[in-house]
Design a protein. Structure first.
Length: 307
């Protein structure tokens, strides 16, 4: 197969496996992004996520992860829960966490694709990632034309919105690269204005992770600082606000992935059900979902904080 034919095969199979975007970028050290990351870390915007300081070179140079790498193939996977009707006054979790743990779901699909590529191409030196290693996923996805990084710093596609997971294959496959697409945020400031904790800088494109509700309710292990009392707006695991208000998400379509459908009881939980949630109920509802990351004690802390 020619590189172009192989690229078409990868695109076609990725779509058949359920991904909604595929883009390719040539491997290079991300010098500009490295400077921005250094600045972000120096500002302490990573809070207590000290792992963000580790493996700096690996994070900014994929050749440190796969020494013979030529390309980064980025994939997007839709998780949009289009018709969420949460019970009025109930507590909220981010919609990416409704279904099965995406790390497992996406990795399985990437493995299938990787095997099929090797069936055609012979041995490929490469690794697969989905939020699972020091890879600047959004930056690679932006470079390969999967969208632009909006003022909230998430990736947005002009026809698909921003509700997607990202995954990558970094390998020695020599494939034609795609071009980035333009930033369409324009003068919009909806995400900045709507963020209840002012985590997005006033000019956008910079997120103080230590103020983001996702960090406060998932990553941060200690007590949530009292300064955030009344600011979490009933979110107890992650937050969807900046994506909910983004005008580009009017183009988002509901996901079709059976593994990402919510537990039937999840959306009917009342505020009282959340308040009274036991460890057994937590296990039933969140056993295989991203929410298990906080364990019962973490979710309990969050529920008690907002309740
Ligand atoms: S996820 Fe929520 S808290 Fe975090 S930046 Fe977006 S709106 Fe703000
Ligand atoms: S809400 Fe507006 S400013 Fe924020 S990411 Fe979307 S388009 Fe950009």
């Amino acid at each position: 197969m020619t590189p172009l034919e192989l690229k078409s095969f990868i695109q076609r199979r990725a779509y058949e496996l359920g991904f909604n975007g595929v883009g390719i970028a040539r491997v290079e050290r991300l010098d500009k992004e490295a400077d921005r990351l250094r600045q972000w870390l120096n500002l302490g915007n990573h809070g207590t996520m000290s792992y963000m300081e580790n493996h700096f070179e690996k994070r900014v140079d994929p050749a440190e992860l796969v020494p013979s790498a030529k390309t980064v193939i980025s994939f997007s996977f839709n998780y949009h829960q289009a018709d969420i009707k949460r019970k009025e006054g109930s507590l909220k979790i981010a919609s990416y966490a409704f279904g099965r743990d995406y790390h497992k779901v996406l990795k399985k699909k990437l493995k299938i694709l990787f095997r099929e590529i090797e069936d055609i191409q012979g041995k490929v030196v490469g690794r697969m990632f989905t939020d699972s290693a020091p890879v600047l996923e959004r930056q690679w996805a932006a470079k390969s034309g999967l969208g632009w990084q909006g003022k909230h710093t998430l990736l947005i596609h002009p026809k698909k919105g921003s509700w997607f997971f990202l995954a990558e294959i970094i390998s020695d496959l020599d494939l034609p690269a795609d071009a980035p697409i333009a930033d369409h945020c324009g003068t919009c400031t909806r995400c900045i204005d709507a963020c209840p904790t002012q985590a997005i800088s006033p000019k956008g494109y910079l997120l103080d992770g230590s103020k983001c509700i996702s960090y406060l309710t998932i990553e941060s292990k200690g007590p949530i600082p009292e300064t955030f009392k009344e600011k979490l707006e009933d979110w107890v695991f992650g937050c969807d606000i900046c994506q909910d208000v983004c005008p580009w998400n009017r183009f988002a379509k509901p996901n079709q992935e059976p593994d990402f459908q919510p537990h039937p009881d999840l959306l009917s939980l009342s505020r009282k059900d959340w308040s009274e949630m036991t460890e057994e109920r937590f296990d039933e509802l969140f056993f295989a979902t991203p929410v298990k990351r906080t364990r019962y004690q973490g979710l309990r802390r969050n529920i008690d904080f907002v309740d």
